[in-house]
Design a protein around this ligand. Structure first.
Ligand code: FNR
Length: 372
């Protein structure tokens, strides 16, 4: 269908499911075990309702914000997801160009299918790119990767901590070895140290992608080490409980991304929206000390606004950007931003908020039932 028929993220996903190959869809859509956490990530938003305020002036309404000091037209960013070439020959560059058109920030995966340099080249010089870091178990290799992206102009490191081993993603494991197929040219050449071996496919794509990552990271060792080798801001991606949010703050990070990897890692890890709610109630001081983000299951502008009411600085989306670039390339990505922007603006106005700062915890209420 023509792009102007696409009204929602769900519409975009329907088209993507028709164009994606079986294995690409298996890799993109899969989640751990019986995929409960993946579904609950989205369903968690259904338990939060607004308390809109009326009779407030909203003809002027500004949904823009900053993330780590970098401008973003809406409080949304691209969460780094691997292997964009599986869905479209231009891969991550679609997301880069679409993010520029929509004026949002892209976090580039360590396991991108284009090289970090190619993605940086697709960007406008003034555009902000962040880097999602999988730390190699060999510190020297890790340092090289960090120095490379730092010199390419990436502006922050999102250290992923929830994927020290791959979750059990059965549809991905069942599908043929995606990395061998390379229908759209080389999928994966950034990391010579991680050449996939035939026969490893029993672990699925994800298993091979994280095979050489550091499984022994600690707060005491890894964060100070990162600080010692880079000046870039450090965000920890994959915080799944209040206790670890506090430890991250104490370790001196610049931000935390509450995330369970889109339900792809530990099945029955709590939905990030619930962790955010717990953090707001139990440790509101955390929001004054670091920037807090969430990702997982975001489908609507109202989801974004709900997270912001609870104190999130911005919200990440993974699969929706992969689906958009698979279905329509760059235009799909900028359309996705446009849809979210329209939905966020409508929600803010109807809520009585003319700027991001006016989104407050008092404007949201958690219920113990959810709509059917
Ligand atoms: C991911 N995610 C991910 N995270 C990460 O830190 N490094 C990575 O390489 C990847 N790769 C990846 C591939 C695919 C296909 C998906 C769907 C996800 C997780 C991603 O950053 C993000 O946390 C989730 O995608 C958020 O959930 P939603 O928006 O997909 O529901």
């Amino acid at each position: 269908p023509p792009l102007d028929r696409i009204l929602s993220l769900a519409d975009m996903e329907i088209v993507a499911r028709q164009v994606l190959s079986y294995k690409a869809l298996a890799y993109y859509s899969s989640a751990a075990d019986d995929e409960f956490t993946n579904r609950e990530n989205a369903r968690a938003f259904l338990r939060f309702f607004f308390k809109p305020r009326v009779m407030r002036p909203v003809s002027f309404c500004d949904p823009s914000t900053t993330i780590l000091g970098f401008r973003s037209s809406i409080p949304v960013f691209v969460s780094g997801a691997a292997l964009a070439k599986l869905g479209h020959p231009d891969g991550e560059a679609n997301i880069t160009r679409g993010a520029r058109q929509g004026d949002i920030i892209q976090m580039v995966s360590s396991n991108a299918s284009l090289s970090y340099a190619e993605i940086a080249q697709a960007a406008d010089p003034a555009q902000t790119l962040f880097f999602q870091l999988y730390k190699h178990k060999d510190d020297e290799i890790a340092v090289k990767r960090i120095q490379e992206v730092e010199s390419l102009g990436y502006k922050a490191l999102f250290l992923t901590v929830d994927a020290i081993v791959a979750g059990n993603r059965e549809s991905d494991i069942r599908s043929p070895w995606v990395l061998e197929e390379q229908e759209n040219g080389p999928l994966y050449f950034n990391q010579e140290e991680k050449k996939p071996e035939a026969g490893l496919n029993v672990f699925g794509t994800a298993g091979a992608l994280v095979a050489n990552d550091d499984r022994d990271m600690t707060w005491e060792k890894t964060i100070p080490w990162l600080r010692s080798i880079t000046k870039l801001p450090v965000v920890v991606k994959g915080i799944q409980c209040v206790e670890d949010a506090v430890l991250a703050v104490e370790a001196g990070v610049d931000g935390i991304l509450l995330s369970n990897h889109g339900g792809r890692q530990l099945e029955f890890s709590l939905p990030p929206m619930e962790v955010l709610y717990a953090l707001r109630r139990e440790r509101p001081d955390v929001f004054d000390r670091v920037e807090v983000y969430i990702d997982g299951g975001v489908q609507r502008g109202t989801d974004v606004v709900k997270a912001l009411c609870l104190g999130a600085k911005a919200v990440g989306l993974g699969r929706p950007f992969l689906y958009a670039q698979s279905a329509y390339g760059t235009a799909g990505v900028s359309k996705l931003v446009e849809i979210l922007q329209r939905e966020i603006l409508t929600a803010m106005r109807l809520l009585g908020a003319s700027s991001i700062h006016e989104l407050r915890p008092e404007m949201i209420q958690r219920v113990d039932w959810e709509p059917r």
